[in-house]
Design a protein around this ligand. Structure first.
Ligand SMILES: Cc1cc2nc3c(=O)[nH]c(=O)nc-3n(C[C@H](O)[C@H](O)[C@H](O)COP(=O)(O)OP(=O)(O)OC[C@H]3O[C@@H](n4cnc5c(N)ncnc54)[C@H](O)[C@@H]3O)c2cc1C
Length: 362
């Protein structure tokens, strides 16, 4: 079986940490909206977010593996890891020297945590909606106004990435400190799941962003450099969910004199599809996801992993029957998590739109 090219010893340590620190709090994260901050900080201390000094494909493989591993236990935490490592990728791929020397080391060690407010910009670049954040240039930086409705892994002391429009022809990308003057944040706690992800609506009222916090003054040119990785790394959430669903189906296989086999979808069948997707993920990570040519394969994998996660979590639920119908059952949590993977930007509809528009029409 293909594996990601990451030091396996290092990955074993991360896995042990997740088993020790994440498994005991996974239910609390889902049921009580507990934010697993200590898990994120411990991962950072251990080097799980470090990309400096690694080759791009090793850094990407490491990130994918970490997201996949954590999503087997808790997609909320896995998504937070995705948010944080995505923010790291913004700075790491930029020429923003101040951010690289001041903020990046703190993010890599988990001393500062970060999110990404790129849902609306990603939809903007796919032609789905207008950009909701506006920027006005002055000599020292930019004044930002607007709203970004859901940003996760934020809060006091955290940072996140934004894109704002100067005019029809130019958009900027920057990092924002959540403590900054003029930023108002209201939290969301009424989702069907993922309430432990510290997701806020962020309103910008005359927020000043100095030049040194700008990732790119040409966001349109910068986005193609990071969006393949943005999309590809999300696939880890779907892959981990499928693995854990396959495991849970295997355990329930013999229930009621093997009646589950009449459902018509076996754990082996899903495991085979999972391995195929994993092999593709390994290949794409090895090729690297920095360029535009990597985008469509990344979108295809992201879509297939989300669809397989929906099918696998639903089938696992059918295998467990009424036991899975309890509000607090693992099957029910994974169903809600798979629905999240299917709607978080880029959602299934968004991915399908990209694929349709990239196909030449007859
Ligand atoms: C638990 C959770 C965590 C999320 N975390 C993040 C994150 O970290 N980063 C991120 O970028 N996105 C995040 N999102 C947003 C997500 O990626 C989708 O954009 C979101 O689910 C809406 O997408 P939709 O296509 O279903 O749009 P719809 O819900 O149909 O909404 C259409 C559009 O209306 C606008 N809109 C919706 N609500 C408001 C509002 N209150 N004020 C102004 N405009 C609004 C948005 O631009 C949205 O795209 C999160 C969503 C959830 C459920």
């Amino acid at each position: 079986m293909s594996t990601f090219s990451v030091e396996s010893e290092e990955m074993t340590l991360f896995e042990k940490l997740l088993e020790k620190e994440l498994i005991p709090v996974a239910c609390k994260v889902d049921e009580e909206g507990y934010y697993p901050e200590t898990v994120l900080r411990s991962l950072g201390e251990m080097g799980a977010f470090r990309v400096s000094g690694l080759s791009p494909h090793v850094a990407l493989s490491k990130r994918m593996k970490l997201i996949e591993l954590s999503s087997r236990y808790c997609v909320s935490t896995s998504f937070l890891i995705w948010c944080h490592t995505t923010a790291i990728s913004f700075i790491h791929n930029s020429n923003a020297e101040y951010l690289k020397t001041s903020l990046l080391p703190l993010l890599e060690t988990g001393q500062v945590l970060a999110g990404t407010g790129l849902s609306n910009p990603m939809k903007y670049y796919a032609g789905m909606e207008p950009l909701r954040m506006k920027a006005t240039m002055n000599s020292d930086g930019f004044i930002i106004n607007g709203i970004t409705p859901f940003v996760s892994n934020v809060g006091p002391g955290h940072w996140f990435g934004i894109i704002a429009q100067i005019n029809e022809d130019q958009r900027i990308m920057a990092m924002v400190d959540c403590n900054i003057k003029g930023l108002r944040m209201t939290d969301h706690k009424d989702f069907s799941g993922l309430n432990g992800t510290r997701s806020y609506t962020c309103r910008f009222d005359e927020v000043f962003i100095p030049n040194e916090l700008v990732i790119s003054v040409r966001a349109d040119e910068f986005i193609p450099m990071i969006r393949s990785e943005f999309v590809l790394s999300q696939s880890g959430m779907g892959l981990g969910l499928v693995q854990t669903s396959v495991d849970s189906m295997s355990k329930a296989m013999n229930k009621q004199n093997e009646t589950n086999k009449y459902i018509g979808i076996s754990p082996d069948e899903l495991a085979k599809e999972l391995n195929e997707l994993r092999q593709q993920a390994v290949l794409l990570c090895e090729k690297g996801a920095s360029g535009e040519e990597a985008f469509i394969p990344a979108v295809q994998l992201r879509l297939r992993s989300a669809e397989l996660a929906l099918r696998a979590t639903q089938t696992a639920f059918l295998y467990h029957g009424a036991a899975g119908y309890y509000r607090k059952s693992d099957c029910m949590r994974r169903l809600r998590e798979a629905l999240f993977v299917a709607v978080v930007t880029p959602a299934v509809k968004h991915l399908k739109r990209i694929l349709r528009e990239s196909t030449p029409r007859a």
